[in-house]
Structures are given as C-alpha cells and as structure tokens.
Ligand binder design. Structure first.
Ligand SMILES: *Cc1c(COP(=O)(O)O)cnc(C)c1O
Length: 442
C-alpha cells in the first residue's frame, strides 16, 4: 500500500532500509581489520595508518569496530569538550537540523547572532568588538592572516609568528606554522611571515619594527607538546605590538573554550588581544571556527565583500556551539577542569619515568625520560586509553572537560605499566639494532 501525499509534495523515500536512522545502516559493518584495508584503498595517505576504527562514543568512552572500549583522553584533540554524544548537545543539533539546517550568508539566523553575542560576552570584548564564523581552526587563522594584511597593507607586510607554533594546514595558516617539514614541500608560501624564537622577549623586541602588521601567538603551544608562553612574554607582546601599531593575534584554537580551566587562556592572563581565533572545543565536536576582533579598529579592517564563507556560521554549527557553551557554563564544567587538572598534575608528578609535567586545565603535557612516547601511546591503546604523542618524548592529554576524577585516576593507575612496557620494547629494539650492526660489521 502506498502512502498518500498532498499534491506537489514528493513522496518521502522508503524508510524500510534506512529505518535504523544511523549511518551504519548505509555503511554496513566490518571488523577493524576489514575497515582498515578499505581505508588504505580509498583514503589519501596523509594521516598514515589510523590506529583504530571507532564506531561509537558516550561521554569520555569510545568503542572500536571490534567492540573494544577506550577511555578517550585526547577528545578528538581538544575538540570533544563534553565528550561524545552529549545528550543536550546532540538534541539541540538534531532539533536545529530538523528546523533550519543551512542558509546562505545573504541571510542570518538567531543561533548565529546569539553565539556571536555569547562569545563577545565570555571574552569580555570591549564595545565595537565583532565575530566572524568559519568552519575550522585553519580557516579562522586564514581570516586572521587577511586581517593582518588588511591592517598592514603593502607598507607593513610582515607577520611575526613563533618557533614551535602551529596554526593550521591551509596556505596562510601554514605560512605561520613553524615546522619546516609541513611548509617546505608547498613553497612558495604567502610572503611576509617571519618566525622568531619562542618566549624570547628580546627576539620579539628586535623583530618589532614599522614593517610588522601582526604578531601571532598561541598562549600555550599545544602541538609543540604543551609549552606555555610566560606571563611576562604575553605582557611584552601586548605592549610591543601596541607601541608599533601592529595587531596582537591570539590563536586559542586549542586553548580556548574552557580547555585550560578558564574560558580563554590569554584573556585569563590579563591580555586583551586585537584578535583571537577559536575552533576545536567550540562546537563540542561539531565543526566550527571563529575569529573575534577586539574593539572598533580591528573589527572594521575587513569590509563588506572582503571575506566570506559558504558554510561558516550556519544554524547547526552555531546551535551546537551555543549548546556546548550552555552546558559548560550551567554545569560549572570549568571548575571540574581545574579539579581534575590538579589530579593529573599531582599524580603524574609521582610516576617514575615522567620527568616534567605541564598541566593547564585539561591540556596536559608530560615528558618521559626516554624517546618512548609512541610506545606509550601504543601500550595505552592496548590497555584501553587514547592518548597522544606530539613529540618523541612527550605525551599530551586533552580529554573531555567533564572527565571525572575517577576516570583520570584510572589512567594514572595504569601509566607505570604502560611506561614499563614501552621502555622494555624500546630497549629490546635498541639491542636488536646493535646486534644487526655487529653482524654487518663482522
Ligand atoms: C588545531 C589547531 C589549528 C588548526 O585547526 P584545524 O581545525 O585543524 O584547521 C590551529 N591552531 C592551533 C593552535 C591548533 O591547535
């Protein structure tokens, strides 16, 4: 029997094969091994081989295609601010999507406006401050790059960025990213970017002249292994940029939105930048980026027609961000961030083989006595923990901001054994390498 539809309304597609209302109904199922073989044959190899195939998440837990459970202490790299499948965030997204999902930027929507207002409030932005929405961190930084160009014009072509800094993979953001291996294959870069020494006030003073349009900094470098700029450096950066008429651009893509236990790490240090970029945690897992310009001057650099985006600021992404901010605020999640941060800092400090701990809220970096971070990540996965090694001897944690004390302790309890496993594997590999060398030379 066919359903009846009012005249002119197309019949809905048969729901029998999609009644599951879940992508698995379309993808089918497979083991991790089967999926990874298909991945290898179909996905560009830029990420190397994925560690696991993840199929489901709830809070700080995720499950892989073989049914194994993990405590996610990386949170999609500081993205899943409220963990996976947060009921309020998902219901707001679903309800927005079924009400109004996308409109062009010839139009606006209440969620876009309300989110801009909320970000200006949380960042204590002065009168005249404005927001532009993008879809990712790198896009927010592209807007920052154009802001610097627009501000400096041809007379001021220089953009200063820091050694160790990471700002994204698109060309403008890439030009500001320090790591040569990321940039050099794709040269020529957009011109004008100079990298100066990290946290070195004298180097900054020397580099500052009338050719500088902007200084771009992360208050804490995440990709470099969780390395903070000193309060003195941030202060000097603010004063020197102001003195020379340059913009101070704060990249808070990783550190913003409660990650460090306050809404924004730079603002918490008492610094009001000229612009701040956001992304990762903002949408609670839904893609969105933003740049906030502080005060009238920076907010009027880019005029009508000078920048744009199709998807940026769409109703669903902005609703996701509003829902995320609402939960963070109404449930005192930032207080939890500070509490659990202390548990990590104290606990990690007591673990043998951990040589330095840098805990800023739930952005936590710790160093190991040897270059065994990759081995610790692998051992952790086997033991059911997702962590990350931004450097050969550094582990980074960026878990959901609502991680419980108990979940943090479960990792601390497991860590000594993970380090022991990785150390043993490291030494066995070193011994094997020595034997091979000896054989060859004999
Ligand atoms: C992740 C990151 C970016 C890039 O964000 P994408 O969303 O991956 O483009 C930029 N800056 C910082 C500080 C980041 O951590």
């Amino acid at each position: 029997m066919t359903e009846e539809h009012p005249a002119g309304t197309p019949a809905a597609p048969s729901t029998t094969d999609l009644s599951n209302a879940n992508a698995a109904a379309v993808t089918g199922t497979g083991t991790g091994e089967q999926w990874l073989a298909r991945y290898k044959d179909s996905l560009m190899g830029v990420f190397g081989s994925p560690q696991r195939v993840l199929v489901r998440g709830a809070g700080a837990l995720v499950w892989d295609a073989d049914g194994k459970e993990y405590l996610d202490l990386l949170g999609g790299i500081a993205v899943n601010a409220l963990g996976h499948a947060h009921p309020f965030v998902t219901s707001v997204i679903a309800s927005q999507l079924s009400t109004l999902g996308h409109v062009s930027n010839f139009f606006t929507s209440p969620t876009q406006i309300a989110l801009a207002e909320k970000l200006l409030e949380l960042s204590q932005a002065p009168a005249g401050s404005k927001v532009f929405f993008a879809n990712s961190g790198t896009e927010a930084n592209e807007a920052a790059f154009k802001l610097a160009r627009g501000h400096g014009g041809k007379e001021r072509p220089t953009i200063l960025a820091l050694e160790g800094g990471f700002h994204g993979r698109t060309m403008g953001a890439l030009a500001m990213t320090a790591k040569a291996a990321y940039r050099e294959p794709f040269e020529p870069m957009p011109a004008g970017v100079r990298h100066i020494a990290f946290n070195d006030i004298n180097a900054l003073r020397d580099a500052m002249d009338s050719s500088v349009a902007a200084l771009v900094i992360e208050p804490i470098q995440g990709e470099a292994g969780v390395r903070p700029l000193s309060a003195e450096y941030l202060q000097a950066a603010r004063e020197l940029t102001r003195e020379h008429g340059a913009l101070l651009i704060m990249d808070e893509v990783q550190t913003g939105i409660g990650r460090t236990g306050s809404w924004f790490a730079g603002i918490e240090s008492g610094i009001t930048p000229d612009a701040m970029t956001l992304a990762k945690g903002l949408g609670g897992g839904f893609p969105i980026g933003a740049i906030i310009t502080f005060g009238e001057g920076p907010s009027t650099v880019l005029s009508a027609g000078q920048h744009g985006t199709t998807f940026g600021g769409n109703p669903v992404a902005t609703a996701a961000a509003l829902a995320t901010l609402h939960v963070l605020e109404s449930q005192n999640v930032l207080e939890n961030v500070r509490t659990v941060s202390t548990i990590f800092a104290e606990g990690l400090g007591k673990v043998d083989g951990v040589t330095d701990v840098r805990a800023f809220g739930l952005l936590v970096g710790f160093d190991l006595a040897e270059d065994i971070a990759a081995g610790v990540v692998a051992a952790a996965l086997d033991a059911g923990f997702i962590i990350n090694a931004p450097r050969p001897n550094t582990i980074r944690l960026a878990p959901p901001l609502n991680l419980t004390a108990e979940q943090a302790r479960s990792f601390l309890d497991a860590l000594p054994a993970l380090i022991a496993t990785a150390t043993a594997a490291h030494h066995a590999a070193a011994t094997a390498a020595t034997e091979t060398t000896t054989e060859k030379s004999s």
